[in-house]
Design a protein around this ligand. Structure first.
Ligand code: NIG
Ligand code: FE
Length: 411
């Protein structure tokens, strides 16, 4: 039995006390314990308490040196598996081209798909694994990863198998999402219907057969897939037991939120182009709005109205959207600073959006997202900083001293 005791913790944040998903004002209320200890046993959190009650013995004792202990981040929306970066497009956008113009010229997602189709599975696995190791060292303990750069039966399966291999490495908690409907491949431009049928009649049955996906996604947006097409795709996914987590309202307010809600989506993600109607609809549903602020930052597009959402009583998740086109970063501490500053969210609100609410947006909340006895030992120990607020305020500096995922130390 492997036991690690952390002593002399300044403050533990993210204690659970059975709160679960946090909405509205609750998002800004942290439950903390000052001057504390925490015990990990094997891959779980065994116990914690105030320093007056610290256990005398443990197999391994670590002095936390007055650092903070936080639950590891739960990044509920990423495209971590990709074949190559796209820094050339970045330069094009800085020169003035828009994301949609680049996509319409065969760049963007279609470019990533062409390169991925030619990349062997092992190579994809190696590069994705090294990205995963990097984000784990930055504190990510649970992560959702999408396919969607395959866009052919074989290549979509290849991506999902890479995600399965990442799952099998057994450290971070991983959820897989099938995103065959990420873009219509160039060769199907004049026959969209055939591509929809390829997804519904060939990809979905094989993916279900091999148990390769936990969720299904559609890029329901202007220039990609329409609401009608999304409806058909989600209905087909439901027949194979795949709940939706969809891309909606990034480029236009075109009904993506409503179609997600109507199909009991776990989450609707992006939401840069979202108004009061969508907020009202979300309030009447269980679908979690997930915002992706680094995409807004990187594409220089509006930020989702996260402040209005929380003020209206909604709970939100925040995720990195780590991908080569719109967010080439999975750095959650930096994301928290961007989110707080640009969307006027309190540090505690962004903290809950990337921990417990992120966990809920990938149905991992029974194992991750907060500090509770019996949950996975997915933990961050910071340097000697005064508070969670300070961590978000003093942006761009590394405040993370050590990270444990499933009880294993990462760096
Ligand atoms: O979430 N918007 C759709 N999909 C990704 C970007 C994909 C890409 O550009 O490679 C996103 O932003
Ligand atoms: Fe995305």
């Amino acid at each position: 039995m492997a036991e690690t005791l952390l002593r002399n913790i300044r403050t533990i944040y993210g204690l659970d006390e059975g709160r679960g998903f946090l909405k509205g004002r609750e998002m800004s209320r942290t439950i903390e314990m000052h001057h504390a200890w925490l015990l990990m046993r094997n891959d779980e959190i065994a116990d914690y308490g105030p320093m007056e009650t610290v256990p005398e013995r443990a197999e391994k004792i670590i002095d936390a040196q007055n650092g903070l202990v936080l639950p590891a981040w739960c990044d509920s929306h990423t495209h971590l598996v990709f074949a190559a970066p796209r820094e050339r497009e970045y330069a094009d956008r800085i020169r003035g081209l828009s994301y949609e113009e680049i996509a319409a010229n065969g760049g963007g997602i279609l470019h990533s798909a062409r390169v991925l189709q030619e990349t062997p599975e092992d190579e994809l696995f190696q590069s994705a694994y090294s990205r995963l190791e990097n984000v784990m060292a930055l504190g990510t303990g649970a992560i959702e990863i999408k396919s969607g750069y395959g866009l052919s039966v074989e290549s979509e399966l290849k991506m999902l198998r890479v995600i399965r291999r990442l799952k099998e490495t057994g450290t971070a908690l991983i959820k897989a999402t099938f995103l065959g409907a990420h873009a219509v491949p160039a060769e199907y431009r004049e026959k969209r219907e055939s591509y929809l049928r390829l997804i519904m009649e060939e990809m979905l049955p094989r993916i279900a057969d091999e148990g390769l996906a936990d969720y299904m996604d559609v890029f329901c947006d202007q220039g990609f897939f329409t609401v009608k097409e999304t409806e058909r795709l989600l209905e087909a996914g439901a027949r194979y037991g795949l709940a939706p987590k969809i891309h909606a309202n990034e480029l236009a307010n075109s009904g993506g939120v409503q179609v997600g809600i109507a199909h009991q989506a776990i989450s609707v993600d992006h939401l840069e182009m979202t108004g009061p109607e969508e907020i009202k609809a979300l309030l009447q549903s269980k679908t979690i709005p997930t915002v992706l602020p680094s995409c807004s930052f990187f594409l220089r597009i509006p930020f989702a109205p996260a402040r209005q959402m929380i003020d209206a009583g909604l709970g939100i998740a925040i995720a990195s959207d780590y991908n080569p086109g719109t967010s080439p970063s999975g750095n959650i501490p930096l994301l928290m600073a961007i989110a707080s500053h640009q969307m006027r969210l309190l540090p505690a609100e962004v903290f809950h959006a990337v921990t417990i609410n992120g966990a809920c947006a990938m149905q991992a909340n029974h194992q991750a997202g907060s500090i509770a006895r019996g949950k996975k030992a997915n933990l961050i120990l910071t340097t000697d900083i005064p508070s969670l607020d300070y961590m978000v305020y003093a942006f761009g500096q590394n405040h993370i001293a050590r990270v444990w995922i499933a009880g294993k130390e990462m760096k």
